[in-house]
Ligand binder design. Structure first.
Ligand code: B12
Ligand code: SF4
Length: 466
């Protein structure tokens, strides 16, 4: 069976990083063993509807898969409409957090034939096997589908127990040199799935569950060696929900990373109650260049309402540990949580100032499907979870907070923070070196272009013909 997997492009309102999609790369790796697979990553390749239409028409897939979050869902459905025209025989399958939260409503769309709920590796491979053999999806666990126009939601599938048994992501199907970030060839990976916490604004546990399943250090290191040695990756993003959740496991991985021959730098994400000075130093020694911490709020009441289960004091101590280890500290915050007042947000603004962050980002609390906020407040009637769940539904207090957020966002890089960042770049070494190498390469390319005598191509052509 010919399967086409599509990563939708960034839209005006939804930008994406220049990083491979781990979800698609993981499911492609399992599919490849039994089917022909092609991946179109429009996050890094120029997109136009005509180009997409042409690609689908010429490949004529039997199955087309889209993975998306809630804000991207409506856009991805629009792309599925193009597939219906260009390859009418193809079955269209959706996966990812949005359809996992709303399987029946999603599959009810005329453009979608099946949705995969939760982890997609084995569910999609099994679905393709069944479709290939002309069978019915009735027995495939973890999917919702249409049976003669009637929506059916099959039984759920248990989370994948042994992550080491999964093949490595299908990097070979992606255009790896395109993924470039922080001045270096980059990639992302995940060493554990599942989050035991239940912050109200987060839907992480929806796909991967609340029980943490970890890959062995050996398995992780093998994938890192492959990324570094075969694909030349020099910067890694660990997209685990909380990279340092199991302290001993993290220390064991740090030790192996520190002894790796090809030096890699990396980014990871954690909580403030999962950080301490010794751990921060071990992370730094192993190549950790930047850590993102979800501080979320400077108001203890809001933190409590968010069910974050971290305190302001833990936030300050974690920030101090990270900074002292010489690691860039990125702070993530959530504004406009239900019940939050302007006075609460004022505490967040001063908290941000006091943390001496290298960078910060403030998102709005959106009741995305799969979050406790959505279960409580209901956002299921939305068709666009970017505009409707934020701007148009705001109270006057929320509008005031939103204006303050926008003003803080504009001030992310002040002159003082620029000098501090410069000093940290010098101290960090690897980032500065990557910047200098990158600038050197760009300058060399420009100089070689300028030095090339004009009309040299024409001369070459006439030399060849003489
Ligand atoms: C990394 C990440 C990002 C990165 C993605 C970079 C990249 N290219 O990889 C960045 C920073 C860009 C990002 C941005 C956003 N993100 Co994000 N992100 C994540 C995170 C932390 C990890 C995703 C991941 O790689 N997981 C590992 C892989 C293996 O799992 P997976 O992606 O879920 O894929 C599995 C299944 O979903 C399924 N599947 C996935 N695709 C497909 C396709 C098919 C055809 C099938 C059958 C199955 C399938 O099978 C996969 C393998 O098991 C998740 C949280 C989490 N723990 O999942 C949030 C998460 C997905 N993000 C979320 C959100 C809200 C956003 C933003 C809207 C944030 C914002 N305010 O801007 C944007 C939207 C961007 C966009 N264009 O969609 C929410 C989504 C909630 C929802 N209901 O949609 C999550 C769950 C986090 C949360 N706090 O709730 N994100
Ligand atoms: S915000 Fe982080 S800690 Fe909280 S539920 Fe989501 S992934 Fe888990």
């Amino acid at each position: 069976m010919k399967v086409l997997l599509v990563i939708p492009p960034a839209t005006e309102r939804r930008r994406v990083y220049s990083l491979p999609s781990l979800g698609i790369a993981h499911i492609a790796a399992v599919l490849m063993a039994r089917h022909e697979v092609m991946v179109l990553d429009y996050a890094v390749h120029g997109f136009s509807e005509r180009r997409f239409d042409r690609a689908v028409r010429s490949y004529q897939p039997d199955c087309v898969g889209f993975g998306c979050t809630s804000p991207m869902f409506a856009y991805a459905v629009g792309l599925a409409r193009i597939v219906r025209e260009a390859a009418p025989r193809a079955k269209i399958v959706f996966g990812g957090p949005h359809v996992t939260a709303l399987p029946d409503a999603s599959v009810a769309h005329g453009e979608i034939d099946c949705v995969v709920m939760g982890e997609g590796e084995y569910a999609l491979a099994e679905l393709c096997d069944v479709l290939d053999g002309g069978g019915s999806p009735a027995g495939v666990a973890g999917i919702a589908w249409k049976d003669d126009g009637e929506v059916r939601v099959n039984e759920t599938r248990a989370p994948i127990a042994d992550l080491d048994a999964l093949p490595f992501p299908a990097w070979g199907l992606l255009d790896m040199p395109r993924y470039y970030s922080r001045f270096r060839p980059s990639a992302s990976m995940i060493t554990a799935r599942g989050c035991p916490f239940a912050c109200t604004f987060c839907a992480s546990r929806l796909v991967h569950g609340t029980r943490v399943r970890r890959r062995s250090v050996e398995h992780v290191m093998e994938e890192i060696e492959l990324l570094a040695n075969r694909h030349g990756v020099r910067y890694l993003y660990f997209f685990d929900d909380t990279f340092t959740l199991d302290r001993d496991h993290t220390l064991a991985l740090c030790e192996r990373l520190a002894s790796m021959r090809a030096r890699l730098s990396y980014w990871c994400y954690t909580r403030s109650d999962c950080m301490d000075p010794e751990l921060a130093r071990a992370l730094r020694r192993s190549g950790c260049e930047s850590i993102g911490i979800g501080f979320e709020s400077g108001s203890p009441e809001v933190l409590m309402a968010m069910n974050k289960r971290c305190t302001i004091e833990e936030g300050r101590a974690a920030a101090e540990a990270v900074r002292a280890a010489g690691i860039f500290l990125e702070g993530f915050f959530v504004a406009n949580h239900p019940g939050e007042t302007m006075a609460d947000f004022g505490k967040t603004a001063s908290f941000i100032r006091s943390l001496d962050l290298s960078f910060y980002d403030i998102n709005f609390a959106v009741a995305y499907p799969g979050t406790a906020l959505a279960d409580r407040e209901g956002s299921h009637g939305c068709s666009d979870w970017f505009t409707e769940a934020t701007a148009s539904r705001m109270s006057s207090e929320e509008r005031k907070i939103a204006a303050e957020v926008r003003s803080l966002r504009r001030r992310v890089f002040t002159r003082a923070s620029f000098y501090r960042l410069l000093w940290r770049t010098v101290r960090c070494g690897s980032y500065g070196a990557a910047f200098i190498r990158h600038t050197g390469r760009v300058l060399m390319t420009m100089v070689s272009r300028l030095a090339r005598p004009s009309g040299s191509d024409a001369r070459l052509r006439s030399d060849n013909t003489s």
